[in-house]
Design a protein around this ligand. Structure first.
Ligand code: BG6
Length: 465
């Protein structure tokens, strides 16, 4: 069966500044740099963000490889902690400006569209320590100022901008489930941070609309969407799945696209006494500054059942899992160690949801991928990783993307996480995701079988399944 894609479809991959560049020449530490300084044991094999994939030094050779595997678009992010010297005054770091200029030019020289994101979990540590990071509306304004600097510096060449990557992970990781520094567990703060992230995105978009002079320029947000499927058709499970959808998906989708939060969600937060502090002026900024384009990161769905935690046993005053519980559906394949459920049809469900409930906004799969540990197991005698499992994974997901497009959903691209095996937060290099492998000791990079495969797909704008 031949699966075909619309003309000009984006074939690409995504990374982020903090996960690829390495810390070289940065004046500021972001929260992950800082966390690694104070607690290296929190990171797999004690490998931190210092060198990452050495992209700061090797971007020219790396981009040449990305061209070789046929990618026509690549996302990365500009690190606030690299671009700005005085975080409050907004003075620029010359080396940061030079680096991102050179990087963008190199992408363009190689015929690769640079897709630029501005926040990928990497708030400068100083802003956390002085002001509480995303808890603070002053920091929200500083972010909008940083965004404005980026639009002015690079907007002549960058057409596709994104404000945040997966803001929900900041809420969950930093403020609820304690998997990202500062490891806070505070439901009320988490709710405020969610709101502040939405506001920061809208304020950055407001700046974009003021300063952008590129007629092709557009701006969006990247959200990790997790369709929430109830465990059974019992009313309590269905109700729980409804809340999970509101909390995990609609909390960011609705204000980003419709300019307002879902009332069903704010009513619950209000009733529970944890609703964020907002002003009418801020709500107007959110209403007036919705996105042009949406990025959807999809890895696994959300399987939901009624909460098993009794509200009285909660260790803090308020947690969203008062209303729902997520559970793992075990269908992982033998060769996938990350353990996430593989359910490609969810991408079709997302496509239809965007078509029917979100103005059929143009969107793309901004991340999808398979984290495999000890991938050297599939090294062949020529030194190439034969990752047929990844090819199969991508084919299955792309099939449902194409079905969504056939049904009228406005999807214009697919990006794998990630082009070159990159540093993955506390998991460091345990799970490999790329089209290209990276030996972290020698920094030797080698195209995997999937890299050669994607070149054929990109060239043909189609594949056989
Ligand atoms: C996404 C993030 O959530 O998943 C990436 O945007 C991340 O930054 C990717 O690396 C894979 O997850 P992990 O935890 O294996 O790195």
């Amino acid at each position: 069966m031949k699966i075909e894609f619309p003309k000009d479809f984006w074939w690409g991959a995504a990374t982020s500044g903090p996960q690829s560049e390495g810390r070289f020449n940065k004046k500021h530490a972001n929260v992950f740099d800082h966390w690694y300084e104070i607690d290296p044991d929190a990171f797999y094999n004690n490998v931190g963000p210092d060198t990452a994939s050495n992209f700061y030094n090797s971007f020219k050779e790396d981009i040449a490889m990305l061209k070789k595997i046929g990618l026509n678009s690549v996302r990365t992010s500009i690190q606030w902690s690299r671009l700005i010297d005085d975080l409050e005054e907004g003075t620029l770091n010359e080396d940061g400006v030079r680096f991102y200029n050179d990087l963008i030019d190199e992408f363009l020289k190689n015929g690769i569209r640079p897709v630029i994101n501005l926040h990928h979990f990497d708030i400068p540590a100083e802003l956390y320590h002085k002001y509480g990071g995303w808890e603070s509306k002053y920091v929200v304004d500083l972010f909008a100022k940083f965004a404005e600097q980026c639009f002015k510096l690079f907007g002549d060449r960058v057409e596709d901008w994104f404000t945040h990557n997966e803001p929900m992970v900041v809420v969950d990781g930093q403020y609820l489930y304690q998997f990202h520094y500062p490891l806070v567990r505070d439901g009320k703060k988490a709710v405020q941070v969610a709101y502040n992230l939405v506001l920061a995105s809208a304020k950055a978009i407001e700046k974009f609309r003021k300063v952008n002079t590129n007629p092709k320029g557009r701006i969006g947000i990247i959200l990790n969407l997790t369709p929430s499927y109830p465990a059974t058709l019992e009313a309590k499970d269905v109700e729980a799945a409804r809340f999970a959808d509101l909390w995990c998906n609609q909390m960011f989708l609705d204000p980003s696209i419709h300019g307002v939060f879902p009332k069903e969600l704010t009513d619950v937060l209000d009733k529970d006494g944890v609703l964020w502090e907002s002003t009418i002026e801020e709500e107007k900024i959110i209403l007036d500054n919705t996105i042009d384009v949406l990025g959807v990161n999809f890895y696994h769905p959300n399987r939901v059942q009624q909460p098993t935690v009794s509200p009285n046993s909660l260790t803090v005053d308020w947690m969203p899992n008062k209303y729902y519980d997520s559970y793992e559906k075990r269908n992982r394949r033998m060769n996938v160690d990350k353990g996430w459920e593989i359910y490609p049809k969810a991408l079709y469900d997302i496509a239809i949801n965007v078509r029917d409930n979100y103005n059929n906004i143009p969107w793309f799969v901004s991340e999808n991928g398979m984290g495999v540990s000890r991938e050297e197991r599939w090294l062949n005698k020529d030194g190439m990783i034969e990752d047929d499992y990844r090819i199969q994974f991508i084919q299955e997901h792309l099939y449902w993307v194409s079905e969504g497009i056939k049904a009228g959903s406005n999807c214009f691209g697919y990006h794998l996480w990630t082009p070159i095996d990159s540093w993955s937060w506390m998991n460091a290099y345990r799970n490999r995701y790329g089209f290209i492998s990276n030996n972290i000791h020698t920094q030797v990079k080698t195209i995997k079988k999937s890299g050669y495969w994607i070149k054929e797909v990109a060239d043909a704008n189609a594949y056989d399944m």
